[in-house]
Ligand binder design. Structure first.
Ligand code: ADP
Ligand code: MG
Length: 249
């Protein structure tokens, strides 16, 4: 049974077809990579899945519910969260404040003027729990803007984890990291999310990282699915090799 099913999704921008009928299934507990060159439509597909964009055609199903066109917070409350440079707008807050606010946001309480103190206390608890999970306890009182990039990326993950998602989306979680930091981040994602029993859908350009993390890979090219399979199948796929690997690798 697929936790997430994307069915024939189409999305165009001013006549440009960014997604030309994409179908994709992510099964419960799997780590699923979405790969492809810049402009393939990966981020657009993530935006459709998380409700930031409404597709022109096609459906998105999550936990057997049709969530097509649902607003992002409602999607998050059903258990689907994305970590993508979430923490940056919170630069002047401390790490713990940013996480607490994120938790209040997910539970729909951010803009309520009079909220019970209990909901603050619960949000703070969840924030502290997420901090512990990503190993940032020592940074709790630091302003977000002062974190080194590696820690900021962990915080991005923590800000999605406070939603207690079943499915986590990561859009290029290793972008901008050094080789050593990429290794640490891959180990971090593997350890944490496997331990949590989470399902992961992620995009990444670093082939080594994709192979280290993914159980399944979908290859997107010019808004279409070029191939789908296990890492071994994708590596052995002649069409994929011709398109991306120049026949080598
Ligand atoms: P990827 O994440 O795979 O690099 P994107 O999904 O960001 O690709 O982009 C796919 C294509 O859609 C690109 O050609 C991009 O320029 C275009 N595109 C994405 N978002 C918009 C937008 N909001 N308006 C116009 N074109 C867009
Ligand atoms: Mg992208």
């Amino acid at each position: 049974m697929a936790l997430l099913a994307v069915e024939e999704v189409q999305k165009s921008f001013q006549g440009f077809l960014a997604l030309a009928g994409v179908s994709l299934k992510v099964s419960q507990g799997s780590f699923h990579a979405l790969v492809g060159p810049n402009g393939a439509g990966k981020t657009t597909l993530f935006n459709v899945i998380t409700g930031r964009l409404t597709p022109d055609r096609g459906r998105v199903r999550f936990r057997e519910q049709d969530i097509t066109g649902w607003p992002t917070p409602k999607v998050a409350r059903l258990g689907l969260a994305i970590a993508f440079q979430r923490a940056q707008p919170f630069a002047s807050m401390t790490v713990l404040e940013a996480l607490t606010l994120a938790r209040l946001g997910y539970t729909g309480q951010t803009f309520r003027l009079f909220r019970p103190l209990a909901s603050f206390a619960q949000a703070l608890d969840k924030a502290q729990e997420a901090l512990g999970k990503v190993g940032l306890e020592a940074q709790a009182r630091r302003p977000v803007g002062e974190l080194p990039l590696g820690d900021l990326k962990r915080l991005d993950v923590a800000m999605a984890l406070v939603a207690e998602p079943q499915l986590l989306l990561l859009d290029e979680p290793l972008a901008g990291l050094s080789r050593a930091e990429r290794h640490r981040m891959v180990a971090f994602i593997n350890d944490l999310l496997r331990r949590e029993g989470m399902t992961l859908l992620f995009t990444e350009h670093d082939t080594e990282a994709v192979l280290a993390l993914a159980d399944r890979i979908t290859v997107l090219h010019q808004g279409r699915v070029l191939a789908e399979g296990t890492p071994e199948e994708i590596r052995g796929n002649a069409q994929v090799r011709a398109a991306f690997l120049g026949g080598g690798a």
